[in-house]
Design a binder for this molecule. Structure first.
Ligand code: FNR
Length: 388
């Protein structure tokens, strides 16, 4: 086993071990992938102010997200098909997050179901909801999340229509994988993945199959999901969902200050500045570049979180120093999961934690409360003087 010191190490192993169609599904953005690339490269434009001779003993990265204690301000983002990257992937990732002391968010499009994850963990996790046209299904999904004692509902708002990723279409992505010749040849070389999957609790969308009338296998599911995108979603419907849930609500997929103001109006407990990891509107601003204007608009009235592009503890520290109360990692934990299962997710969290802790110390700070904009050097114009 090679020595793992950075997230890139996990990605290399993941690439070798996971079937190509699932690696590509994770490691791609929509259309030209401009936003996907800039989500990460824009972090590199921000610098730290290194400080010296400051007592750095007794440091802590502990913080809170929506009032819950976290070992560091990093949650696991909802990622569809996680259980196809590694057998029982959602359960493995949720357990790693629980042991580390950070929130886990289960996607609507997960393989392990809400009930599977609840049975395998001890602490409440967060549930991510895709708004769909079948209101009855949504109502039952919300009831199931309540019964599982999920402590927050994350409503994703940037997927009313699907952004196109070329590779997924070319690979004929589906769960379980379609038996095309190319897929079968590729799967034959991924013996470790295959053996794991043979023993997996599930190989289909656990929250959906068996819970929707007329959907019993992958073929039914394909046509059902295609019909389910809610093109008519609006703020009134979002307010209705919030009421139906009755608990804490995090609105995900906000990249514009005007939408952040609307999220505030419907009473979100937190918002996630996110462009879905560059998977939806190609050409949208990176999250880190969009963050300052959103903070200016609503930062003193609602908790602001950020995801998209985070690959290191330095990235987390930069987002927090800019003003985000919490962050999420998507691909960074999938690399770990695909490489080494639960152990790999733990490794990803450890790597990010160490990078964050050491960077914080070298900036002369000892706690998240002490981390502010003054540890950063942000180039003039980073936030942009955008005109529309
Ligand atoms: C996602 N994302 C996502 N978001 C969501 O709300 N529900 C979902 O089911 C999914 N599925 C999904 C699959 C894959 C493979 C990826 C990479 C992402 C978006 C995710 O929650 C998060 O916004 C991004 O992953 C953040 O960007 P990074 O950390 O991957 O760069």
């Amino acid at each position: 086993m090679p020595v793992i010191t950075e997230i890139e190490d996990l990605k290399r192993i993941y690439r070798r071990r996971a079937p190509k169609m699932f690696y590509d599904y994770c490691e791609s953005g929509s259309w030209t992938e401009q936003t996907f690339r800039e989500n990460s490269s824009d972090f590199d434009e921000i610098y730290f102010r290194q400080r010296i001779a400051v007592d750095m003993s007794g440091r802590s990265t502990k913080s809170q997200m929506i009032g819950e204690d976290v070992a560091m301000p990093v949650a696991l983002a909802p990622v569809g098909l996680t259980g196809m990257q590694h057998a029982d992937g959602e359960i493995k990732a949720a357990r790693a997050a629980e042991k580390f002391g950070v929130p886990f968010t289960l996607s609507t499009m997960s393989i392990n179901s809400i009930e599977d994850v609840a049975a395998a963990t001890n602490k409440p996790f967060w549930f991510q909801l895709y708004t769909m046209r079948d209101e009855d299904f949504i109502r039952r999904l919300i009831e199931r999340a309540k019964a599982a004692k999920c402590s927050a509902l994350v409503i994703t708002l940037d997927l009313q229509i699907l952004g196109q990723r070329h590779k997924d279409l070319k690979n004929g992505l589906s769960a379980p994988p379609k038996p095309t010749i190319a897929n079968l040849i590729n799967l034959a070389t991924k013996w470790r993945w295959g053996i794991g999957m043979l023993g997996a609790q599930r190989r289909e969308f656990g929250n959906i199959v068996g819970h929707v009338e007329g959907v019993s296998d992958a073929a039914d599911l394909g046509s059902w999901t295609a019909e389910q995108f809610d093109l008519t979603l609006d703020w009134a419907k979002i307010a209705k969902l919030k009421e139906m849930w009755g608990g804490k609500v995090i609105l995900k997929g906000i990249i514009d200050a005007e939408d952040a103001k609307m999220a505030l109006k419907v009473g979100a407990d937190a918002i996630i500045v996110s462009n879905h990891g560059g998977r939806q509107l190609d050409g949208a601003l990176s999250s880190i570049r969009a963050l300052p204007s959103i903070l200016d608009a609503v930062g003193d009235k609602v908790e602001v979180h950020l995801d998209s592009g985070i690959r290191s503890g330095q990235d987390v520290l930069k987002a927090v120093a800019m003003g985000a109360k919490g962050t999420y990692i998507g691909r960074a934990f999938i690399y770990g999961l695909g490489a080494m299962g639960e152990e790999g997710v733990t490794k990803a969290l450890e790597v990010i934690h160490k990078e964050m802790d050491v960077s914080m110390a070298l900036c002369g700070r000892r706690s998240m409360d002490e981390v502010g904009r003054d540890i950063l050097l942000v180039p003039e114009g980073f936030e942009g003087k955008w005109q529309s």
